[in-house]
Design a protein around this ligand. Structure first.
Ligand code: AGP
Length: 613
């Protein structure tokens, strides 16, 4: 998605903006731009060179003014209007002295633009964002000071935005506002920053604040002030950011993806940390839903997208098995439009690494509006999803930059299974000693993940042997099925090779027709209770010429009879296997993509966070 950054009071704002835009690149983008402001003059440069736009921008800034102290910058992921320089941000008003940058979608931009054109405004782009520049211009023409002009603007627009505005008549001021799209403010002595998220200004700001929906901030070198939509002063919530700059860098690895895969033991460990009170009950962050309400839950609905949806599918098995509650798992973008049934006792769990996925936020809002209680499972403190929910269970996977989500998945499964155990505790469907044993089993997972990561070489051998294959099926049964879906998603999104995840029992209902020599079947075969059935599925595909890769437990002595390649993982409780079994699948995708020369951190066409529907 788009990324925004701004700074006031900086001795070298251009360097700050370009460094910040570089750090925002992972959000996915196809063009970029900056604006610097001097008294009475707005200087602007924009490029549209795909994922090289920021590099191109540095060249385009050769003649940038050196006496500016403030500026704004933007990386754009096209939603309205082609990825061309004319549509790149910053956009300016008719006078060329008001500049805006925007992340999100203005849903009523057409009617606003029609009205503005009727008032004589001239548009130079086909974006939805440009209306913001002309609306602020209207406010300035009416004599409003800059913050008030922006407040009037966001009262007129519908949709999602994180918007920042500069006016050459007030060179050391930026005003900004957000609704749905993320926005943070950072402060250092004599300099104030804003950005879509922390990494962009991590090495410059000292203290960070979250801007909430419909709050408007005015930044000046000495600091900032904020008001709500009615103009009443508000205090921004300070964020507890313990990331050092290195966290946002690659830590010596070739890519963020492998760094984040290798961080998975720590992600699971941190997520499970101090989750139990002295009396043995399981405790969560910001649990604003009390025990009686949780005890009264009669039905659970999980909504999520992508990898988070696969973690949610694992949670279905755990909640039904341990808490004996019926569970539905919905694709977030579908939930909102199917007129969902929400009765008394419905608990909706929104799962999202970023906490900014618009589909999941809107699905949770829909559920909330129909009376459901909502728990968020998210990796970002104060994210939009966290603020929308009645309660939050934070995964503590740390910053996840690579577009391919890896450590977030294992942390989500751990957090969701802990939530399932909490529900079982409250409903008395598990004895205390059973809960203790399962919590201990969860606690043993980081070490098992470490042992699995240590076997990386065996996966790399498989990747090398099969790098020429074009079609991959990932099969599993029970929780091995969502694990297979996740393995297929990882594989397709970074190798660009066709890969599908399927319940192993479904193969003979159609997909078996696709099996022929050259097709690779990757089977998750670590659950001993289902091994026999899976073996017969593998025999079927083997007989038709498929190449079989089996993920098997250390104690498995039978699967090698039907597998061309074995990848062994430590034995664990079947319900915990997704956390361990997903590791070789992530490594297989990573190793294959590297062999194919793919950009594993920023795969084509994709964005880290999808903040538009
Ligand atoms: C997973 O590797 C993808 N990057 C994508 O499917 C992602 O999981 C999905 O967009 C949901 O993101 P979220 O967890 O931040 O909501």
């Amino acid at each position: 998605m788009c990324g925004i950054i701004g700074v006031v009071g900086d001795a070298d704002p251009l360097t700050t903006l370009l460094a910040g835009l570089t750090r925002l690149e992972y959000r996915g983008y196809d063009s970029a731009g900056v604006a610097l402001v001097r008294p009475g003059e707005m200087w602007r440069a924009r490029t549209a060179e795909g994922t090289e736009s920021v590099s191109a921008l540095k060249l385009a800034c050769a003649d940038a003014p050196t006496d500016a102290r403030s500026g704004i910058g933007h990386t754009r992921w096209a939603t309205h209007g082609a990825p061309e320089a004319v549509n790149a941000h910053p956009h300016v008003d008719c006078s060329g002295t008001v500049a805006i940058i925007h992340n999100g979608i203005i849903e009523n931009h057409r009617e606003l633009a029609d009205d503005l054109r009727a008032r004589g405004h001239v548009f130079t782009s086909v974006t939805d964002s440009e209306v913001l520049a002309h609306l602020v211009e209207e406010g300035r023409r009416a004599g409003l000071e800059l913050l008030e002009a922006l407040r009037a603007t966001i009262q007129a627009v519908r949709g999602a935005f994180a918007v920042a505005v500069m006016d050459a008549t007030e060179p050391d001021v930026i005003v900004a506002a957000r609704r749905v799209s993320p926005l943070v403010v950072g402060v250092a002595p004599g300099v104030t920053y804003l950005a879509s998220d922390v990494p962009a200004i991590l090495d410059r700001a000292r203290v960070f604040y979250a801007v909430n929906d419909d709050e408007i901030v005015r930044l000046a070198p000495e600091g900032f002030r904020a008001v709500d939509l009615d103009g009443a002063p508000v205090r921004l919530r300070q964020l507890s950011i313990d990331w050092d700059l290195e966290t946002a860098e690659k830590g010596g690895h070739d890519d963020f993806m492998i760094k984040e895969i290798l961080e998975e033991p720590g992600a699971v460990r941190a997520t499970l940390l101090d989750r139990r009170r002295l009396d043995g009950t399981i405790a969560f962050d910001e649990m604003r839903v009390d025990d009686d309400e949780l005890r009264a839950v009669r039905r659970v609905v999980l909504v999520a997208a992508g990898t988070s949806h696969h973690a949610a599918q694992v949670a279905k098995y755990a909640i039904e098995r341990w808490a004996r509650l019926s569970v539905e798992v919905d694709i977030a973008s579908e939930y909102r439009y199917r007129d969902p049934i929400v009765e008394i006792g419905t608990l909706v769990i929104g799962v999202s690494q970023s906490g900014e996925t618009i589909d999941t936020i809107q699905a949770v809002r829909e559920a909330h509006g129909r009376g459901a209680r909502v728990v968020a499972v998210t990796n970002v403190v104060d994210s939009s999803l966290a603020r929308e929910a009645d309660a939050v269970v934070y995964t503590r996977a740390g910053l996840e930059i690579s577009v391919a989500s890896t450590k977030a998945f294992v942390a989500q499964v751990a957090a969701l299974e802990l939530l399932a155990l909490r529900l079982a505790q409250l409903r008395g469907t598990l004895e205390p000693d059973e809960v203790d044993a399962l919590v201990r089993g969860l606690g043993a997972l980081p070490a098992l993940v470490e042992r699995t990561l240590a076997r990386r070489a065996q996966v790399e051998e498989v990747a090398t042997a099969l790098v020429g294959a074009r079609d991959f099926f990932f099969l599993g049964r029970h929780v091995g099925f969502p694990t297979a879906l996740e393995g297929a998603l990882k594989f397709k999104e970074i190798t660009y090779r066709h890969a599908e995840g399927y319940p192993a029992g479904e193969l003979k209902h159609g997909p078996l027709a696709l099996i022929e020599p050259g097709v690779v079947v990757v089977a998750i075969a670590t659950d001993p209770t289902l091994r026999e059935k899976l073996l017969s599925n593998l025999a079927e595909v083997k007989a038709r010429g498929a190449t079989v890769v089996a993920i098997v437990s250390d104690d498995d002595e039978v699967t090698e009879a039907v597998a061309d390649y074995l990848v062994r993982v430590p034995v664990t409780e079947p319900m915990f296997t997704p956390v361990v079994d997903v590791i070789p699948l992530q490594l297989l995708a990573y190793a294959t993509a590297r062999l194919l020369g793919r950009n594993v951190d920023r795969p084509r066409n994709l964005a880290k966070t999808v903040t538009v529907e």
